[in-house]
Design a protein around this ligand. Sequence first.
Ligand SMILES: Nc1ncnc2c1ncn2[C@@H]1O[C@H](COP(=O)(O)OP(=O)(O)OP(=O)(O)O)[C@@H](O)[C@H]1O
Ligand SMILES: [Mg+2]
Length: 286
Amino acid sequence: MNTYLSLENLSITFDTDNGPLDVLDDISLKIDKGEFISLIGHSGCGKSTVLNIVAGMLQATSGGVLLENREVDEPGPDRAVVFQNHSLLPWLTVYDNVRLAVDQVFRKTRSKQERHAWTLHNLELVHMGHAMDRRPDEISGGMKQRVGIARALAMEPKVLLMDEPFGALDSLTRTHMQDSLMEIQADLNNTVIMITHDVDEAVLLSDRIVMMSNGPSATVGEILNIELERPRNRLALADAPSYNHYRAEVLRFLHERHAQSDVPVKKSAEESAEEVLKPTLKIAAG
Ligand SMILES: Nc1ncnc2c1ncn2[C@@H]1O[C@H](COP(=O)(O)OP(=O)(O)OP(=O)(O)O)[C@@H](O)[C@H]1O
Ligand SMILES: [Mg+2]
């Protein structure tokens, strides 16, 4: 079988001042072209480390990553990354940060005029056209994050790797960006791996949610297939039993099966799920 993107038995051990730290242990995942995968798990379990290995910025201690059957061992424009901490070049304007990536990928295939228009299009998509002449230190954290997203999308990568891309955004902008991302993905059929702490975001956007166990030696705990029809509408789904079932499954995994050891877990799965669902249920009940 040809898998589009394959994570094969990834393990990584870091050398630290306190000796070796086994962060990931035997992570395997086969991802189809066009699939949207969310990675979810407690802080520090190793999600960013997984993404950095797929991006080619970190080498696994053992195992590896194959994209279209070719081993990934360095960064490349076929895998664009939206980093957890926005990473714009501080001496370039917002426009130039995106344009640089557009030029890198399309210099040979698109005219200067086309590259200019494409840069503007992607800035508009994240509502940053108005600030395109500012430098990163003149815009807010959420705005920087949006530029990072525009830059990644503008590269039309085979694989889009996003590390908590919407975490720093206000809820209105986040909603808008999630909807745009769903549209773009339906259009371009990007393969996406997104790290998120937001359970609703994971269920709304994903084909599969990969839930990681706690570290050290974190691995794939459970995988949840989200079989909700696309296009998905957040308002319609808020009342849908299937949506709320998936949501509760993720919460159950995070809060009970893999609760962090320093957080006491007293409630049953049903109780805790119900508690977290209360606001939704209330709204649903009118
Ligand atoms: N280069 C490194 N050297 C040593 N330890 C590292 C290195 N990179 C990450 N770690 C450790 O690996 C573990 C996993 O880190 P990682 O950043 O992947 O977690 P995460 O799941 O993304 O967490 P968060 O949700 O807080 O972003 C942490 O214990 C971290 O301290
Ligand atoms: Mg992280």
